[in-house]
Structure formats: structure tokens, C-alpha cells
Design a protein around this ligand. Structure first.
Ligand SMILES: Nc1ncnc2c1ncn2[C@@H]1O[C@H](COP(=O)(O)OP(=O)(O)OP(=O)(O)O)[C@@H](O)[C@H]1O
Ligand SMILES: [Mg+2]
Length: 288
């Protein structure tokens, strides 16, 4: 299982939208088995991928109160097999929901008052009330069960826009970091901080996590500002630049509203092609 952190310190760079659609392309076009991990206390990707379960439960996510979620793994890593849920969705209004090869370790949405949310986990890590490295431990304990796969090809972890102890602990559990960046100077400047952070994580946790690449999101390539900034990014990021800019498209918002990744409903849309180019490059760069 190749574990990829989809991370940027800056908010609103398309991390969650990317995670949702990269998972869709990997599962639908490449027949890969995908495990998504929601590592953000906002629990956005949980609500996107478990929309069907929410509808079947009277419009509430309270069913997540009855099962362990990501937060619990920091205390009880061995519970990982009980946290994994299948994302299922139908492709037509009247069709029955079906599993699609995407599973998720959810976070508890704040709407159901999590007992311990990820922000609290960060405090517990800082005070050393809980040890670091629990998630790596948990990953090594994934087993086949009646409800879920175990031989995942890819694990995609959706991050909060934070740079704290929890971020470091989560990144340390991954093999690669993939960075979506919007087209603005702040995003470009933020990358040197990220490289330093990865150096610290490798030393502190004795891991080999590396930067998979940086790709632009929410772009308008036909505007002169975006076009010239994309050229600058290529020069600055060199081999770490992934030439797969994800264009601005409201179709991304529709797909999230429906809880169905673009690969299933908008196969030929230009923005889906952008994600597909990105996934091709991810597969190429993670080949061993
Ligand atoms: N390609 C795109 N075209 C148009 N809108 C997009 C695109 N990608 C993302 N968005 C929109 O941009 C906003 C931020 O996206 P998203 O939630 O994926 O970012 P994020 O990095 O996960 O944010 P956060 O840092 O809060 O977790 C959302 O409103 C989303 O619908
Ligand atoms: Mg997000």
C-alpha cells in the first residue's frame, strides 16, 4: 500500500477535492483499491464519501458515534479494522448504491460532537500524553475482514491546513507528500517551509517520507497571470513540478454535492482529464 499525504499548509488549495477525485480515478479507471483517510477535523471528505450512509441514517452522521474513527486510532491503533467503511454510491437518481472500491477511515464531523477531535489529539501529542507514531502502527495492523479489503494499492490521506505536531505525526505515517497549490505567490513561497518540515520529520521519526510532487489547482490557464505563474512554478519546482494543472470547474462542486467522484459521472469532462493526467503521473512516480 502506497501511502500519500495530500497536504498543503495553506487552506482552500483543493486538497479535499483532489483526494476525492484522485481516489475516483484510481478506483474507476485503474481498478486500484483505495483507502482514503480523513485526517482533518473538518471531516469534509468523510461527509462527501459517506453521503449515502448519512441519507440512509435519516440525514445524520450520528452512526459514526457507534464505531471507532480516526481519532480513536491514536489511543487504540489495533482498532483500525473497525474504523474502515466502504464508500458506496449510485450513479443514477433511482439506482441502488454500490461499493466502488473506495474505502474510508472517517473523522467524526463536528455536527455530532466528537468526544475527542483531531485538534484535541494534537494537544495530547504535544503534551506527550500519547506517544507519536500510533498511526504507522495502526496501518501495519490492517487485516482482511468480511466488510473491507486489506490489500489496498493506495492510501490517500486528506489533511487539514495546519502545521502542528499532529501534521508531523500523520505525514510520518506516509510514504509521499503530494502538494496541491493555488496560483499565487504565497503558495509558491510556502514550499520551502514544507521541504524543511519534511527534513525534520525524516530525522525525528526515522522515516523516508519524500515529496512526490507539487501540482497547480483551481487554475484559469487562459488568463495571463495564471499562465505566467505556471511557467514560474515549473522553473522554481523543477523535477518536483507535476505538469497536470487542475482547471477551475464548477463540475467539481456538483460532484461533491452528489457525493460521486468525477470519474464516475463526468468521464470526458476536461477537469476529469486533468485529474487523470495527474493520476498517471502519480502512478509513474510511485512505481518501485
Ligand atoms: N478545480 C476546481 N474548480 C473549482 N472549484 C474548486 C476546484 N477545486 C476545489 N474547488 C473549490 O475550492 C474550495 C476549496 O477546495 P477544497 O475544500 O478541496 O480545499 P482544501 O484545500 O481541502 O481546503 P481546506 O484547507 O479548508 O481543507 C471549495 O469550495 C471547492 O469546491
Ligand atoms: Mg480540505
Amino acid at each position: 500500500m502506497i501511502k500519500i499525504a495530500i497536504y498543503s499548509r495553506k487552506g482552500g488549495t483543493g486538497k479535499t477535492t483532489s483526494t476525492f477525485n484522485i481516489a475516483g480515478i484510481l478506483a474507476k479507471n485503474f481498478k486500484k483499491k483505495v483507502l482514503v483517510v480523513d485526517a482533518d477535523s473538518q471531516a469534509n471528505i468523510t461527509t462527501y464519501l459517506l453521503q449515502t450512509d448519512q441519507e440512509l441514517n435519516g440525514g445524520s452522521y450520528s452512526f459514526l458515534n457507534d464505531t471507532p474513527t480516526i481519532e480513536d486510532l491514536f489511543l487504540y491503533p489495533e482498532k483500525i479494522n473497525d474504523t474502515i467503511r466502504n464508500a458506496s454510491f449510485s450513479l443514477t437518481e433511482k439506482g441502488a448504491p454500490r461499493k466502488r472500491g473506495i474505502d474510508i477511515i472517517p473523522a467524526r464531523p463536528t455536527s455530532i460532537s466528537p468526544k475527542v477531535d483531531l485538534d484535541k489529539i494534537n494537544d495530547l501529542l504535544v503534551s506527550e500524553a500519547i506517544p507519536g507514531g500510533q498511526l504507522s502502527k495502526a496501518f501495519s495492523m490492517i487485516r482482511h475482514t468480511r466488510n473491507h479489503m486489506y490489500d489496498y494499492d493506495f492510501c490517500l490521506m486528506d489533511f487539514a491546513p495546519a502545521n502542528n505536531r499532529l501534521t508531523m505525526d500523520l505525514i510520518a505515517a506516509c510514504d509521499y507528500v503530494l502538494v496541491p497549490t493555488t496560483i499565487d505567490p504565497a503558495s509558491i513561497n510556502g514550499v520551502s517551509g514544507l521541504i524543511e518540515m519534511l527534513d525534520n520529520i525524516r530525522t525525528e521519526y526515522e522515516t523516508r517520507v519524500s515529496l512526490l510532487g507539487i501540482y497547480p489547482t483551481i487554475c484559469m490557464k487562459n488568463t495571463s497571470y495564471d499562465a505566467s505563474t505556471l511557467t514560474d512554478m515549473k522553473t522554481v519546482f523543477k523535477e518536483k513540478y507535476i505538469d497536470a494543472p487542475i482547471r477551475y470547474s464548477t463540475e467539481t462542486k456538483w460532484s461533491i454535492d452528489m457525493g460521486v467522484p468525477l470519474a464516475y459521472t463526468k468521464r470526458t469532462a476536461p477537469v476529469t482529464q486533468d485529474y487523470s493526467t495527474l493520476v498517471n503521473e502519480i502512478i509513474e512516480r510511485t512505481k518501485v
